[in-house]
Design a protein around this ligand. Structure first.
Ligand code: GDP
Length: 540
């Protein structure tokens, strides 16, 4: 796999890479995004297609190499062990049209977890990928909800238009009625799903026809055409496409940034149809990094000295190797490898000799990084998810990582009671890193905490690390609970002893009421209309 040198190294040679003007210039030409989708909508395919199109890699397939993947979890653990390092990609960086695109990975399969949500705290825009036949699916809805709460604007790409699916206007309706998001077309398909002949660029009315390449290759051959040529070739479909697109409003950046509208594109990632248009839309519409607001509510200007926050930790999969990587989103200034940085939570400074950019499966050291970029710090073990790091000098602390609404709960205890000390130490460490949420109920006590997670993979990671890193084998029991709500401490009496409800405290002191399911929650709420049970979808 051939990797392109990050564009910033070139600039670093020609001018002062740390000058405020350079930082502002570099920040302005960055787009940090994530793809949100339900499994199978085509996220891996479009990631490869975007990177291929931007010529980062020569061959589709080299980024994720997903072909023949059996079980994501076992695959991942096994690779982590045999390679001795973390291979999970955190961000893919490529340059397109002189813009540096950071595509952050959102695990979206069986490995759906809190990590997936956290990535959305580190991006400036998201691409919502839908399968033309399926429309909005559960995981897309959950991820979109996080985008909405965080104010992350969303570009929508309707994929698999080469296969029979729903009607374009029907899908638009779904976006509007279910998400309250008005689609504004960037491209519109010529031909119904399953009979994709080409795309209209709505703003310019430029037409591109696509044909299957000879010899069975999947990539389609693109032929640009004028409107007159297009009408001659496929009058009915072209007229229908232009008319349908004309029913919707034009792309409007301010309402896109307010999450009222979503620029809409169609295509088929597998055949590389619509991918260039998507890249262009990302470059043109997605916002560049902007000043991030700190805990005190004060924006940290982009050209202030270096600062960033940890949005993901990959650790402990192989205790024999140094494999603790804290992934940082740069918020201000230029990160310089080797320069000391301060861990805002402890006030301690440390060197950053081992800084990585993780591109697909390849890693290389990163020397300079700018706002919007992702840097992996190796073995900065005191860093926890949500922590801030900054250059020596005036301190800054960004808001803590929100705790997301858990949907899976297990009770945990040490298999060997004589190892309860190691057990407690390990659980505390995993809680600090954000591997799982740890809840303590009065009924169970802190010797048998409840582990809570967005996705069950988090439990597997926790158990694996407890056994191999902390030498405390854990026995877990699934609990018949799936919904958590925040409860004021004075209201606890109203719910104690109620069947199908359990009360537990989070490490930050928040009291949670845990319910068997939505029905139980609704029944409890019906009987106690004055009781406030606050949602935790994003809490913090
Ligand atoms: P992910 O689970 O979202 O990462 O989805 P993948 O990228 O693995 O794609 C799921 C399946 O859909 C694979 O078999 C892909 O080859 C297929 N696929 C992806 N994009 C398209 C497309 O545009 N058209 C068709 N027909 N199949 C596609």
């Amino acid at each position: 796999m051939e990797l392109q040198q990050p564009a910033n190294t070139e600039r670093a040679r020609t001018s002062d890479p740390f000058a405020p003007a350079t930082v502002r210039h570099e920040a302005a030409r960055r787009r940090s995004i994530a793809v949100i989708s339900h499994p199978d909508a085509g996220k891996s395919t479009i990631t490869e297609a975007l990177a291929l199109h931007a010529r980062v890699i020569n061959e589709a397939g080299a980024v994720h190499g997903k072909a023949g993947r059996s079980g994501v979890i076992s695959d991942w653990l096994e690779m982590e062990q045999t390679r001795g390092i973390s291979i999970t990609s955190a961000a893919l960086q490529f340059t397109y049209d002189d813009v540096v695109i950071n595509l952050l990975d959102t695990p979206g399969h069986a490995d759906f977890s809190e990590d997936t949500y956290r990535v959305l705290t580190a991006v400036d825009a998201a691409v919502m990928l839908l399968d033309s036949a399926k429309g909005l699916e559960p995981q897309t809805l959950k991820l979109f909800e996080v985008c909405r709460r965080r104010g992350v604007p969303v570009i929508t790409f309707i994929n698999k238009w080469d296969r029979p699916g729903q009607e374009a206007l029907e899908l638009c309706d779904e976006l509007e009625t279910r998400l309250g998001l008005r689609p504004t077309p960037v491209t519109w398909p010529i031909g119904p799903s399953g009979a994709l002949a080409g795309l209209v660029d709505v703003a310019s009315q430029g037409i591109t026809f696509y044909e299957r390449a000879p010899g069975g290759a999947t990539l389609a051959v693109a032929t640009p055409a004028t409107m007159d040529e297009a009408l001659e070739r496929a009058e009915q479909d072209v007229t229908a496409a232009v008319e349908s697109a004309g029913l919707l409003d034009a792309v409007d950046i301010p309402s896109f940034l307010r999450l009222e509208t979503t620029p809409l594109l169609f295509g088929a990632a597998l055949a590389n149809i619509g991918v260039r248009e998507l890249l262009d839309a990302i470059v043109r519409l997605a916002p560049a990094p902007s000043a991030r607001v700190d805990r005190a509510g004060k924006p940290r200007e982009l050209d202030a000295p270096f600062s960033g926050f940890v949005f993901k930790i990959q650790a402990g999969m192989d205790p024999n190797h140094r494999d603790h990587v804290a992934f940082i989103r740069v918020c201000s200034g230029a990160f310089e490898r080797g320069a000391p940085v301060v861990h805002a939570q402890t006030g301690r400074s440390f060197a950053t000799k081992y800084a990585l950019a993780v591109l697909g499966r390849a890693r290389h050291t990163v020397d300079v990084a700018y706002p919007g970029d992702v840097v992996g710090l190796v073995n900065a073990t005191s860093l926890a998810v949500g922590d801030t790091v900054h250059a020596t000098g005036p301190a800054v602390k960004f808001p803590p990582m929100p705790a997301f609404e858990p949907e899976h709960f297990v009770s945990a205890r040490p298999a060997d009671p004589s190892r309860s000390k190691q057990f407690r130490k390990g659980i505390a460490q995993l809680e600090q890193e954000g591997v799982v949420q740890v809840l303590v109920s009065e009924a169970r006590g802190d010797g048998a905490p409840i582990l809570a997670a967005v996705g069950p993979l988090q439990f597997e990671v926790a158990s694996f690390r407890m056994e191999h890193e902390f030498h405390a084998v854990v026995v877990t029991h699934p609990l018949d609970l799936s919904v958590a709500r925040r409860l004021a401490p004075e209201d606890a009496v109203q719910l104690s002893g109620v069947p199908g409800v359990e009360l537990a405290h989070r490490g930050d002191g928040t009291l949670l009421a845990l319910f068997r399911d939505e029905w139980r929650l609704r029944a409890v709420q019906r009987d106690r209309p004055d009781l406030v049970l606050a949602s935790l979808i994003e809490d913090g």
